[in-house]
Ligand binder design. Sequence first.
Ligand SMILES: Cc1ncc(COP(=O)(O)O)c(C=O)c1O
Length: 414
Amino acid sequence: MNRPIAISLSPNTDSKDVARAWSVLFSRSLRENTDILSEVAHLISKKFDNRFVVLNSSGRQALYDLLRAYDIGLGDEVIIQAFTCIAVPEPILWVGAKPVYADTAKDAYSIDVQNVLKKITPNTKAIIVQHTFGIPGPIEEIVSMAKEKNIIVIEDCAHAFGAELNNRALGTFADASIISFGRDKCLSSVYGGACVVKNREQMEKLRAFHNQRKQPPFMWTAQQLLHPILFSYIIPSYFTFGIGKVLLVLFQRAQLLSRAVELRERSGRKPLHIEYQYAPALAQLLVLQLGKIDAMNARRKYIADRYAQELFGSKAVLPAVSQNTQPSWLRFPVLVKNQKQVMFMAREKNILLGDWYDSALVPKGSNLIEFQYSLGSCSVAEKTAEQVINLPTYPSLTDTQVSEIIALIKTYAS
Ligand SMILES: Cc1ncc(COP(=O)(O)O)c(C=O)c1O
């Protein structure tokens, strides 16, 4: 039986990942083998020419460390885009700096260069360029503009592992970048991330920050290892009398499953894992994913190409991608005027599409005052949030399922 179409339910886990999670859960030697950390860092660094890689327990921890490595703190401003997750402004606030939101470009999902220029002040220390959905943002323009003004540029490659611009890996254009191995990223170990830097001194600072942390307690690690395992029961039964849905809620309530963003983060408090090192147990999951990343990304590209070709001429607005780019297509975004209706019709047909990002700053309901975002300040991003739908590209999606999604969009998008 095929897995049902569900964009966010442990999307790149297959039976081998589940088997690995079981064996790590029950093997102390695998969980405590720290050699795996340098192996994983080495494998990742091969994707980023002449860069150093320092592992972290999440993408937001990586961003937190990078900002500290650049001595960004009280009184400093960091420009980020609206149409993002609180995971991006969080670390800026943790170091005592101010997140300044720039709007996104029209019909695009990344930062608008002209709007960035308007937001620069003498206090601007850094600009974060987010390659949303793995589609390259205007990194070359921002890097050359920032150089003149002595502003640091950080690439947010949380969605973009394996993406390229002009045959060069995203993550190698700016001073530094971050990646994420979160549960629904291109490469996943449930929690995890890394800083990618070109400067040895920065790398040493980042290592020192990370070494000061403690290993996560067993219970936390076990909770993450249970993620692929429990989802292997939740997914097949998700639409069978709603059994999977009930299991998901029960497992979350019983704290057997973690959340990608903890509830306390919505009001600006730090998540637990910020105090932890990247666990060797999670690196055991990541090494397996690294072995198949090229195949997974090739499948994502194949699926995205089908959407682009077969939805061309439909009512859905397709993402504009210039010829010299090779997105990683974590998800394939389209804009429709009747977002809620299309999402509803999809659910009626047991298809779970994605809602990144259904507001300028997600999760919806986060304390916008805490995150210093004023509603109405980034009108393009807010409009995009009202119209966007994400189509899945995860590797196990079958060709027939892709056809079903295309038919759904053609029928219902207006
Ligand atoms: C655009 C973006 N940047 C950074 C992050 C942070 O990654 P992590 O969840 O690993 O902390 C996320 C997380 O979803 C994200 O969507």
